[in-house]
Ligand binder design. Sequence first.
Ligand SMILES: Cc1cc2nc3c(=O)[nH]c(=O)nc-3n(C[C@H](O)[C@H](O)[C@H](O)COP(=O)(O)OP(=O)(O)OC[C@H]3O[C@@H](n4cnc5c(N)ncnc54)[C@H](O)[C@@H]3O)c2cc1C
Length: 363
Amino acid sequence: MESADKTRVPAGGSLAVDRERFSELVTRSIEMNTNIKIIREEVVELPDKEPTIIATGPLTSEGLIKNLVKLIGEKRLYFYDAIAPIVKADSIDMNIAFKASRYEDKGDGDYINCPMNKEQYYNFIKAIEEAEKIEPRDFEDVVSFERCKPIEDLIKRGPLTLAFGPMKPKGLIDPKTGNEPFAVVQLRQDNIRGDLYNMVGFQTRLKWPEQERIFRMIPGLEKVEFYRYGSLHRNTFINAPALLNETLQLKNAPHIFIAGQLTGVEGYLESTAMGLLSGIFTSIWMKRGKIIPPPKTTAIGSLLYYITHADPKNFQPMSINFGLFPPINMKGNKKERRKAIAKRALTDIKKWYEMILKIFSED
Ligand SMILES: Cc1cc2nc3c(=O)[nH]c(=O)nc-3n(C[C@H](O)[C@H](O)[C@H](O)COP(=O)(O)OP(=O)(O)OC[C@H]3O[C@@H](n4cnc5c(N)ncnc54)[C@H](O)[C@@H]3O)c2cc1C
């Protein structure tokens, strides 16, 4: 969180980071930790007995995957996610696009918004429907985590899906008309310098020339220059509910702990959280202590519970969200209930943490 705070970029109520600088800072803090010895090489073999944490992430190397599969059988999954294009800020026509956040109390016009009227929207959807796409291979068809669904897959559900999804205009008033447009494409600052913007929710596997042609139909992006095109990327993760117990240990090889995105969580924070837990769990296990996972009422505990108890037949990567917490028994609106859930989580994580500290102080 410290590294994220130091490298954050404006994004309304959300925490977004400059990825390069965030990554550099995290690496530096690991290098500076005298308890960590870094050996920079590929690990392929899995030890028979030695306690080990595997945290090799969405791009786990082939060699290790082969050995991991020997251990976990055919239950491993290969999986692909789509990513959104990034464009150069100075190529956006700000005479058409306007700066605003959906909820003005959360950020001061952090997003660049490209407004569309009804006719422009339907023409745009038609162009995406007819565009050339990179066809998924069989195994990619199993895709995809809802948040990363390519736009061309979303619009198969109906032409208005984007207008109610990533292109929803709610709360965005075009200063030129004083009204909400029919639909809006939002762009979020992608780096600290502020010269790159990410097209929010526009994950795609359209062919690159098609991305240029079609995204330049968006008002304000007629002459846009692309820094990175949208594409498919690999995301390897294991079927955690089938393979892991609630202590992040492989059921059939308890000396192996899994951490990070490989567990089936998604995102920096969630991956780090599973890394933190696996570190704590491994230490307790090596002390021959009883591992007690954090309670389900905490963010970290609810995510851990989800990945280890979800339906293994339909397991999909998960980010932290309020839907994972057990409901709270109180009257009040959504904001008040969420506040109470957060308060309960903070109280419960403190108790759990104190218990963990006690285990470690018993040495
Ligand atoms: C383009 C892109 C943009 C993203 N943007 C965001 C974002 O804005 N916000 C967000 O929350 N998340 C974002 N993510 C997701 C985020 O990067 C991951 O959730 C997170 O990095 C996963 O952490 P991890 O430690 O599990 O894996 P990683 O960060 O991938 O670390 C695993 C490491 O293990 C190494 N490795 C792999 N195999 C071996 C082996 N056999 N031996 C030794 N080392 C090995 C890898 O090279 C890598 O360095 C993004 C991901 C991508 C691809």
